[in-house]
Every structure is written in C-alpha cells, then in structure tokens.
Design a protein around this ligand. Sequence first.
Ligand SMILES: [Zn+2]
Length: 323
Amino acid sequence: MSFVRTMTGDIAPEEMGFTYSHEHIVCCPGHWLERGEDDLLLDDPVKSENEVRLAKEAGVKTIVDATAIDYGREPQAVYDIAVHTGMQIIGTAGFNKGFLWDAKMPGETRTYNEWIGQASIEELTQFVINEVEVGMQGTGVKGGQVKFGTGYNSMSELEIKTIRAVSRAHLATGAPMHAHTEAGTMALQQIQILKEEGVDLHNISFGHMDRNPDTYYHCKIADTGAFLCFDGIAKVKYNPESVRIKCILELVKRGYQKQILVSGDTARKSYYYSYGYALGLPYIKQEWTKRLIEEAEEAGINGTQLVEDIFVNNPRECFTFKK
Ligand SMILES: [Zn+2]
C-alpha cells in the first residue's frame, strides 16, 4: 500500500493536502553555531511552533522539513511541534552538503568530514536506512525523504560518497529523494551519479532551482522525470518574484506542470514572522498563490489548476514511498 511518511506516522498520500515542499522549522547547524551566525539558528521551539500554527491556520496541511543531520536537525523538537499543532511534517534523512561538514557532530568529538571520510558507503547507506526505518538521532521519529547535496559548481569526493549512499538507501526503502543544489548548480552532474546508481529520476526533487533561473537548464532536469523545487519564494534579495514565476510558467508551457514544487526554505530567523516579523510561513499560501494565479491566467494557463498541482497533486506524487 502506498504511503507518505510523516514524523507522526505514515499517512495515505491523499491526506497530504496543501504542502510546502522545502522548509526548516527548528535547526541549529554546527557550522553556523561555531561562527556565531545567530540569524541562521532557528533555536526557539516556541516561536517555531507559533509559526507552524499560523501556517496551519492559513490552510497548509503538510510541511516538508528539509533539515538533515548536518544542518543541526532537531527531530524531537519538530515532532513535538507536529503533535502540538496538528501539522503533518515530513522529516529528512541523509545529508546536506560538504560545506557544513567541518563542524563537530552533536555529542561527539569528530567532525562530519571525519565521519563521512572514514565510513564506508555501505555504513553510510545503513545509517540513512535506519533514519527512515528506525528513527533519527536516537528518537523513534522517522525520516520521510532522503537527501544529499553538493557545493557551488563543485562536487567533492565525500559528497559523491553521500550521493551513492543516499541512492542506495532510497532503493532499499522506497523513500523519496531530495537534492540540495548550491545556488541551483550541479543538478545535471548529480543526475549522472544517480543514473550510475540505478535511480529512477521520477523519485527525486531538486531544490533551489530558482537560484539558477535558467529555463534551458530546468528543462534538461525536467526531461529526466524529476521534480523541480522552486523554494526561494519571497527572497527578493536573490531574484524578484517575476523571475521565479516566469521560470515556472515557462516549464508549464513546455508540459512540465506535474513536476513543479514550490516552497519558502525558511532557514533564517529573518524569514519568520514569529522571530523577526517577516512575511513568514503563511505568505506563500495566503498571498503568493494569488499572484501566481493572476500571472498564469494572463499567460492563458489555468491558474487555479496550477496551484492545485504545485501544492497538492505534485507533492502527493513526489513524497509517496515507491518500491
Ligand atoms: Zn533548505
């Protein structure tokens, strides 16, 4: 039977409802903690819970928390928020990117670099499988997707090792895959490794695609059957909203409407209403979708159907376990 794995249990895919596909709720990345980068620490579970409640009240039913262990994942704290608010939250097994691995692992003297460098691919694979099937960081809270990532226009030996381990954990568990791409780069190189590992690319979503607003590149990725996650909504410092919407509509015009996901990647206090009075988690559902509908309709596209696909139908397909 097909299912989606949330932190509070497996659900039928039809129960997902309106879904944000890449967010962060509570996280304290060691790399940023050691550098005193306070804005990058979502370290107040009460404020985070308040924000999730605002999203719930706005009609968001499911949030994918894309925080892997090396980004300071706090599975118990996020699980508690899911229980308190009733939000369905999907947790993330696996890894983020090598840039973060100079930090000490929680409760250990070794760094992520030392761990990943010393472990075999088989050991890393088993680690990720356990996060999906047993629980994350000693809790019983299971991951509902498996993640890997690479750097800006670069892919290190250790990152390739994690791509292979995460691919194998995906093949063993059926868990959906998610890729971190730094500023939207290297997805095509990641795809080469995934193909070597025998991954069906319809089982993966590539994050941060709007950081690289290049329709030719997006189409090359979409041609593989993969999902493209436009998760920088409201980050006008990177691109105006018009750029993101144009990229999305270009994909729609070319027949890729069923492969688009949208989210806000709220990994800073200054993105949260409850920490910094920013637009916050409700914004995409309450405001941004209206603009998308308006611009889609101007382009002769059914905007209401597009929103239904991006936030309901596509996440349901993307985040269902497949074996
Ligand atoms: Zn993220």
